[in-house]
Design a protein around this ligand. Structure first.
Ligand code: SF4
Ligand code: SF4
Length: 399
């Protein structure tokens, strides 16, 4: 192996890229870097060719500000891929580049130390522990203080790390609704590992998803109900990798199949349904619209990233804020923005708190169920835990 662990991916990409430049025009970050995706592959290979040691390679890359911008400024939104006649796989290129960046120590530890979601403590588990949020009574396929592990479940419910931490009542209400339909259900209280991928720990993210699949197999569940399209994508890939016989369905799809009627009337405001960049083929969007009884031609926000993708905020917070603003600018004054992915909901809530405007921000599950997400409280609790009695512990754990 050469100095770059993932050089095969760069050779592959360079061989497929005609340098037509279409991708650059689709992306502010590539424009700023003045690079095509093919240039990224070439620049990495050139940095390796001119280095005799890992230290030299690290310096070569670190001194190439354009390359660092292009690799760390990527949301994985795939907007550029849609302009590429060859459909060159930007995610494959940038995920591999992030792995090499991580190997070379080019991604500062303080940008990812709190999101190692395969370890005991990450920002979500710490938040939950400090604020007394737990679901041990719902993870019925796991041995807990409540009961020994059971198996033979019909379905497993996967709320994902954001919803479980920031919307515990909503998470419980969804679980109880599934149970109310007569399905035996357990909860997969885990994460899809997307933050690990963004930080360059690609293999660890896959291992985490594979571990989730092993849990599901032990639970006996034949269906996995996912709230978020991103979790669904990653778990589908893991299920294929592990050759398991489990179907991944979206929460809206499951609720449609059960004839669920939303518990709330739709808001009076115009709805602006936001398509998640992880919902590549728009299936989540369609199923959610059908469940809500909303005309799919309702104005949608443009199909780009909310700004949370790729942990860009850790590299360039302004780029994240600008992206969130740009996407929110498509929402008519006074409308309710409806998101598919709880991390998008979080991102918009944070942006609307920093730069208020006349918009309401809801996750689609909030339009279906009675429990609502209290972002003001969540942000207060997130902030305060760094200063209260747990502040020092948190600082040490995430040092
Ligand atoms: S995936 Fe999105 S952010 Fe990344 S290079 Fe392509 S357009 Fe830019
Ligand atoms: S659009 Fe595709 S072929 Fe053209 S420069 Fe970008 S990656 Fe290469």
């Amino acid at each position: 192996m050469g100095l770059l662990e993932r050089s095969d991916a760069y050779w592959r990409f360079a061989g497929q890229c005609t340098q037509c430049g279409h991708c650059t025009k689709a992306c502010d970050s590539l424009v700023k870097a003045d690079m095509t995706l093919g240039d990224i592959a070439h620049a990495l290979l050139e940095a390796e060719r001119t280095a005799d040691s890992a230290d030299e390679l690290r310096k070569n890359i670190a001194m190439n500000g354009q390359l660092v911008q292009a690799v760390r400024g990527c949301f994985f939104c795939t907007q550029c891929k849609n302009t590429c006649f060859a459909h060159n796989d930007v995610c494959d290129l940038i995920y591999n580049a992030r792995v090499d960046f991580q190997n070379l120590g080019l991604i500062p530890r303080d940008t990812w130390s709190s999101v190692l979601v395969d370890e005991e403590w990450d920002i979500f588990t710490a938040y939950r522990a400090i604020h007394g949020i737990g679901f041990a009574d719902l993870t019925r396929h796991v041995d807990t203080d409540y009961a020994p592990a059971e198996t033979g479940f019909d379905v497993a419910f996967f709320p994902g790390c954001s919803l479980a931490a920031y919307a515990p009542q909503l998470t419980r209400e969804i679980f109880e609704t599934i149970e109310g339909f007569g399905d035996s259900v357990t909860m997969l209280d885990s994460c899809c590992g997307s933050s690990l991928r963004s930080a360059g720990f690609f293999d660890r993210a896959e291992t985490l998803c594979d571990k989730n699949v092993q849990e599901l197999v032990q639970s006996g569940a034949k269906k996995l109900i996912c709230v978020c399209p991103g979790c669904a994508n990653d778990m589908r890939k893991a299920i294929i990798r592990c050759a398991a016989d489990i179907e991944v369905i979206s929460l809206p799809q499951y609720l449609l199949s059960k004839g669920f009627v939303p518990k709330n009337a739709l808001p009076d405001t115009p709805l602006c349904i936001s398509k998640s960049c992880q919902d590549r083929d728009g299936t989540y969007l369609e199923q959610t619209c059908e469940l809500l009884g909303v005309d799919p031609s309702t104005p949608t926000i443009f199909h780009g990233c909310c700004g949370a993708g790729g942990a860009v905020s850790a590299f360039d917070p302004d780029r994240q804020a600008h992206q969130a603003d740009e996407k929110l600018s498509f929402a008519p004054e006074g409308s309710t923005v409806v998101t598919m992915c709880p991390t998008c909901t979080y991102t918009y809530a944070f942006r609307l708190m920093s730069a208020p405007r006349n918009l309401t921000n809801k996750h689609y599950a909030e339009l279906l169920f009675e429990s609502q997400i209290d972002w003001e409280m969540n942000f207060y609790q997130l902030n305060s835990m760094w200063y209260g009695e747990y502040g020092q512990w948190l600082a040490e754990v995430f040092a």
